[in-house]
Design a protein around this ligand. Sequence first.
Ligand code: AMP
Length: 249
Amino acid sequence: MKILVAVKRVIDYNVQIRVKEDGTGVHTDNVKMSTNPPDDNAVEEAVKLKESGKAKEVIAVTIGEEKAQETVRKALAVGVDRGIHVKTDSYVEPLGVAKILKKIVEKEKPDLVFMGKQAIDDDCNQTGQMLAALLGWSQGTFASKIQLKDKIVQVIREVDEGLETIEINLPAIVTCDLRLNEPRYASLPNIMKAKKKPIEQIFVKDLGVNVTNRIQQLKVEEPPKRKGGIKVKTVAELVSKLKNEAKVI
Ligand code: AMP
């Protein structure tokens, strides 16, 4: 069993995002970057499957600028065997990422692809589903529990009504939820060892895929500031305000 894990470099979730004055995006200079949080869960799950003997090899792949390699290096430090960095200096939207990952899947032939359920920078929640569609593979999204049963993966997934249990055939794409596991921290010796693990670099232009963006970002702006609330004295007053002022009931 071979597992490919997709890891994306994003602005760290603790950073207070600042919108650029000209509305063309958000500030990223001197801003702390990290692995997209659910991608850490995807890495953890793959490494656990390797440790339990169910997986033979785990490969981490990232698509992005030179520094995106840091996410792969971090994955190598917690037990991933080798990495792939698909280099591009331009923003690639989910369909482009899915097309690139399809090429990597065709080259590496994994049995399972683990990804995050959503990237916290664009919040798209599309790439896993698009990759499954392009490959014609089964998909289990929002996984909060994964169990391997021979050629089948059982996925417990979060849906609006609660938890849904599905069984899908391998090969499959599984997108991981934050509840799936507790990602480990890399120890210093393992960080040192990870420096020796190989990261193959591939250029997007050599993959022969059209990653032209189809979405045009018009403007980025701060959400409107919240107005202060008021206190009402009675339920009747609340109902009246909801009906006559807010007009929501
Ligand atoms: P999204 O559809 O943008 O919300 O991203 C969902 C998941 O796709 C992420 O959690 C990653 O696992 C994967 N992904 C998206 N963009 C990239 C990228 N540039 N490099 C590697 N993985 C990515």
